[in-house]
Design a protein around this ligand. Structure first.
Ligand code: 3HC
Length: 302
């Protein structure tokens, strides 16, 4: 019974079967990491095509991981890839999958109504003990959870792109999230080999609240003609030790995603200059130049 768990070993053992909803880059990465750490994972999306593409992406990413991890023994690397892939199955029927799951991680489109509808339906299908989480980067966890009757068993698990490489997970405790649920999520993050940090249910949590205004400030600095994209990127890499400059990172995260986050915050807090929209960012998004995924954003990508 999850309510009586106390030791960290017991908390960790609480999550064996994970359902990841959304086969995009984040969902596939989360499924990959959960399967790599011995969890039984079902990846859910609306079409077989998306699921096929996601599985291919996971396999390619796993191969990159093992190339480093098993550099001395490539045979063991291949065996590891096969073992991890065996831990992942796919489905287009979320409601039936969650009947046997301990944890749901949702990583679908950033649309409150769509997320609420999904969780409202899953709430009826999932067992009592199942914990629901969202990987949202911009919507309040409490708003998403409001369509369910398990507010105490609802929290946030926010991962970073590329999920297999980035060590951080933000674990979000909404006002109604129980301490028990929060502890299980912290232990689950550690079981994934990640480093969890505790966050309140506030806009952008920790990372995006600092990173998104910083990236927008870089665009504004460039818009004022105070630095080229290339110089700003080099400056932040060599002068501040960032692995990518802000324009490289915007292209990597996706200009549409970044715009969506800043627009949402601007709407709620229009006088905050940190959340001011950027004409250049808006223009690129309007032109469909969304970054690496479309082949062009601030830069052209091969
Ligand atoms: N899967 C598996 N391995 C990967 C990988 C992936 N998707 N991406 C990179 N790697 C590994 C591989 O071993 C790769 O070597 P390989 O090319 O021989 O396979 C190795 O990392 C090095 O990769 P790269 O040569 O491409 O480049 P880098 O050395 O710069 O590392 C990086 C890539 C880890 C992405 C690094 O540049 C970085 O940390 N960038 C910053 C990323 C960041 O800030 N992410 C957070 C974004 S914000 C966010 O996600 C929140 C959301 O809500 C918006």
């Amino acid at each position: 019974n999850i309510r009586s768990l106390s030791s960290s070993a017991a908390l960790r053992a609480a999550i064996k079967h994970v359902t990841v909803i959304g086969g995009g880059l984040m969902g596939a990465g989360i499924a990959q990491v959960a399967a790599s750490t011995g969890h039984s994972v079902v990846l859910v999306d609306t079409s077989e095509d998306i699921l096929k593409k996601a599985t291919k992406g996971i396999e390619a990413s796993l191969k990159r991981v093992v190339k480093k991890k098993f550099a001395e023994k490539p045979e063991d690397g291949e065996a590891f890839v096969q073992k991890v892939l065996k831990n992942i199955s796919t489905s287009t029927d979320a409601a039936s999958v969650v009947q046997g799951t301990d944890l749901v991680v949702e990583a679908i489109v950033e649309n409150l109504k769509v997320k609420q509808d999904l969780f409202g339906a899953l709430d009826k299908a999932a067992p009592q003990h199942t914990i629901f989480t969202s990987n949202t980067s911009s919507l309040p966890i409490a708003d998403i959870a409001s369509s369910t009757a398990r507010l105490d068993r609802f929290g946030g698990l926010h991962f970073f792109n590329p999920v297999p490489m980035m060590k951080l997970v933000e674990v979000i405790k909404a006002p109604a999230t129980s301490q028990q649920t929060f502890d299980v999520l912290l232990e689950f993050s550690k079981a994934l080999g990640k480093h969890p940090v505790s966050c309140k249910d506030t806009p952008g949590f920790i990372v995006n609240r600092l990173l998104v205004p910083y990236m927008l400030e870089a665009v504004r600095l460039h818009e004022r003609g105070h630095g080229s994209k290339e110089d700003i990127d080099v400056a932040m890499k060599l002068g501040a030790g960032y692995p990518m400059g802000p324009f490289e990172l915007l292209d990597y995260v996706g200009l549409d995603t970044s715009k969506f986050i800043i627009d949402g915050w601007h709407e709620k807090d229009p006088d905050n200059p940190l959340f001011a929209p950027s004409p250049l960012l808006n223009k690129l998004v309007a032109e469909g130049k969304l970054g690496k995924k479309t082949g062009e954003g601030f830069y052209k990508h091969k």
